[in-house]
Design a protein around this ligand. Structure first.
Ligand SMILES: [Zn+2]
Length: 378
């Protein structure tokens, strides 16, 4: 039912394809100039890529200064296949398909799900079975599935998951067998960094902080995702910010940032203080903007703890910009400004703190970009 034509491309084919995919429409002559291959070789490669339905001839470009015929432009065939991203949050599953140019095609959110170790693979398999069947046919079908995990992932294996118990589960084999396409696993904060980096190409060094059930961050250094030797780089949720009588953390330490400033923790604290066990993040943020005392207290604490973590982060990585991704920062307009105002060290003074512009779908977008990069590089 699901087609995945795996084609091993020659190195020059990969270069031509990626040049068009990353830099937009090119004529054959421009490809020849940019890549440094002769025109006959470029023509042969282009012929092959058109036959494989990976690129299309589109429109007519501008003629060169020397005049002559206006060239035919070539662009990536965005409809050649789909990437499929799955975000397993602490109480939801979010699925999105993207075209090969990264644009979203279809998204489906399954909220209020209890993530259980015993059933999660079957659950994801059932969701994908229906979701993938709803996508139109395309030459390459599903070019990859990526599961975003809110925990530490190393080499496609889940190492540690504080918000749920999924460590060691083999999603990859089960789903690969069922859907016959590459299946990847990656930490959600790393995907956020990939997403911000793809959209904000001007920054070669950035950190994207993800605040959901826990707190993590993805680090891009010199345009590359930096994960560290064990995949823990950027795990700022487990930066100790309270050294005496700190709250115990599932990581084995106590006083960790995410025990004080994660969305889940902040909401739990708000629910306990107000006695409103059904309060949602939206209720908390509305109460904050209406200057309700309890809401202001928990949000101000969150800002204070986050500023401490971010202060330390800037001293470690010296990024150009820090992106924040959380529902709370989206709902409270000056949230990032409040954090910024607390950063006083020379290490953090000129570093911008910005809301991640892709919003709640950023993890899914990042996953899709990574799948597409890997497909085009294969
Ligand atoms: Zn911890």
């Amino acid at each position: 039912m699901f087609t995945n034509r795996t084609v091993i491309r020659e190195s020059n084919e990969r270069i031509v394809l990626n040049t068009i995919a990353q830099k937009g429409p090119h004529s054959r002559a421009l490809l020849s100039d940019t890549i440094g291959l002769n025109k006959a070789t470029i023509s042969d490669i282009v012929k092959k890529l058109i036959a494989q339905k990976l690129i299309n001839e589109v429109g007519i470009g501008e003629s060169t200064n020397l005049g002559g015929r206006k060239p035919i432009m070539l662009e990536l065939n965005a409809k050649a296949g789909f990437s499929v991203s799955v975000d397993i949050g602490y109480n939801y599953i979010d699925v999105m398909a993207q075209r090969l140019d990264g644009t979203a095609y279809k998204r489906e959110l399954f909220p209020f799900i209890v993530i259980k170790r015993e059933t999660i693979i079957q659950e994801i398999s059932d969701i994908l079975d229906v979701f993938l069947s709803s996508l139109p046919k395309s030459p390459f079908g599903i070019v990859g599935i990526l599961i975003a995990i809110h925990g530490v992932v190393l080499d496609n294996q889940i190492q540690f998951t504080p918000a749920y118990d999924l460590a060691g589960l083999d999603f990859s084999s089960a789903l690969h067998e069922q859907f016959a396409c590459p299946v990847y696993l990656e930490n959600e904060a790393n995907l956020l960094a990939v997403s911000d980096h793809t959209k904000e190409e001007s920054y070669a060094n950035l950190v994207s902080i993800s605040i959901h059930s826990g707190i993590g961050s993805g680090v891009i250094l010199n345009n590359e995702l930096y994960t560290g030797i064990n995949g823990y780089a950027g795990e700022i949720g487990h930066m100790q910010i309270v050294t005496e009588n700190g709250r115990p953390c599932p990581c084995g330490a106590s006083g960790c940032l995410e025990c004080y400033a994660s969305e889940k923790n902040i909401l739990d604290t708000y629910q306990t203080r107000t006695g409103n066990k059904n309060a949602l993040v939206t209720d908390l943020c509305r109460a904050f903007t209406e200057k309700e005392e309890e809401a202001m207290a928990v949000i101000n604490d969150m800002v204070r703890y986050l500023a401490t973590g971010i202060q330390n982060l800037t001293a470690l990585y010296n990024p150009e910009i820090i992106f924040i991704n959380s529902e709370i920062s989206r709902l409270i307009p000056d949230f990032t400004k409040q954090i910024e105002s607390r950063l006083t060290s020379f290490t953090s003074k000129n570093i911008a703190i910005k809301e991640s512009h892709l919003g709640e779908e950023a993890i899914l977008y990042g996953a899709g970009y990574l799948i597409i990069q890997r497909f085009l590089a294969s």
